[in-house]
Design a protein around this ligand. Structure first.
Ligand SMILES: Nc1nc2c(ncn2[C@@H]2O[C@H](COP(=O)(O)OP(=O)(O)OP(=O)(O)O)[C@@H](O)[C@H]2O)c(=O)[nH]1
Ligand SMILES: [Mg+2]
Length: 286
């Protein structure tokens, strides 16, 4: 188990994933990048740009049910202004999915017309679905295809190979394994990726991560912790004091009456991931 600052973000299978993405992109008409709406910046694989050539790039702001709605709208505007094509989705309740196929049709209209002019009709459209681990790529594919075709589970690293999914409307989707960038740009992004579930649980110490999460929440959304755990957070509080308060309120003790930090850490991260702390966006759209 390593320190969160020393996680190996790019294990061997990611190099393989990178090769698969490089190979698949050349076969595709467009790229759909799924990002976690709670962390649109930290979960966007800027690293992908170099592979994506000039294909149109749809950004799927997924898990929007867990993110702050106003913040997600801001992100959508920001991404649009950057020449990307964002949509907002919640694949659990299937919200926002209706806008996907019309957007694809619009983006590929010229190409289709060129093909039609040459009498080349009935050609399959190919879309590569990429993103960091656990952001919901496979769930998205299942939701828009209306079938359970791609394996999806609540842990990173579920999809390990490219999976081709044929849809009835003449579109082929490539479900790709999740990929992180080889170097996470800053410590805060690393914490955000770990707390939202993009990195395997065994990669870091859970109590240490929860302490960093307390520090992050103190800065970004202290009210969410205050309301959930009925505690008061002051600016001068340390992360350890915050975690201690949560442990006390929940009565998490180990033998001898000491606070059970590990149990508190597990519950805190679990509750955040499950949306029990409310809808929280950790990346601000500047
Ligand atoms: N709350 C919420 N959960 C979602 C949403 N979309 C997917 N999930 C959950 O996120 C978890 C991961 O989903 P997957 O579809 O396996 O993610 P993936 O990106 O394919 O993951 P890898 O294949 O491991 O890279 C599952 O537990 C899904 O149910 C969403 O919009 N909202
Ligand atoms: Mg998957």
């Amino acid at each position: 188990m390593s320190d969160i600052d020393n996680i190996n973000w790019f294990p061997g299978h990611m190099a393989k994933t990178r090769r698969m993405i490089e190979e698949t992109v050349s076969k595709c008409d467009l790229v759909a990048e799924v990002v976690d709406a709670r962390i649109p910046k930290s979960s966007s694989n800027g690293y992908l740009k170099q592979f994506i050539e000039n294909k149109p790039r749809i950004i799927i702001l997924n898990k929007s049910d867990l993110a702050d709605a106003a913040a997600t709208d801001k992100w959508k505007n920001k991404l649009s202004s950057e020449g990307l094509y964002p949509i907002i989705t919640d694949c659990k309740s299937k919200k926002g999915l209706n806008s996907f196929f019309p957007l694809v049709a619009e983006l590929l209209k010229e190409k289709q017309e060129r093909l039609k002019a040459r009498n080349l009709t009935g050609i399959t459209t190919r879309i590569m679905v990429v993103g960091i681990p656990n952001c919901g790529k496979s769930t998205f594919i299942n939701a828009i295809s209306g079938r359970s075709v791609a394996k999806a589970e609540d842990r990173p690293g579920v999809t390990r190979d490219v999976q081709l999914v044929h849809l009835k409307n003449g579109i082929d989707l490539f479900d790709m394994p999740g990929m992180l960038m080889p170097k996470i740009p800053d410590a805060e992004s690393a914490i955000k990726l770990a707390v939202t579930g993009a990195v395997g649980e065994n990669a870091f110490d859970v109590t240490e991560l929860a302490l960093k999460f307390c520090g992050l929440m103190q800065k970004t959304a202290p009210k969410a912790l205050e309301e959930r755990y009925k505690i008061a957070i002051k600016e001068e509080n340390t992360p350890l004091e915050i975690l201690s308060e949560i442990a006390k309120k929940r009565g998490f003790l180990i033998k001898g009456g000491e606070l059970d930090f590990e149990r508190t850490a597990i519950i805190l991260l679990d509750e955040f991931r499950g949306g029990k702390l409310g809808r929280i966006t950790l990346d601000e759209a500047e």
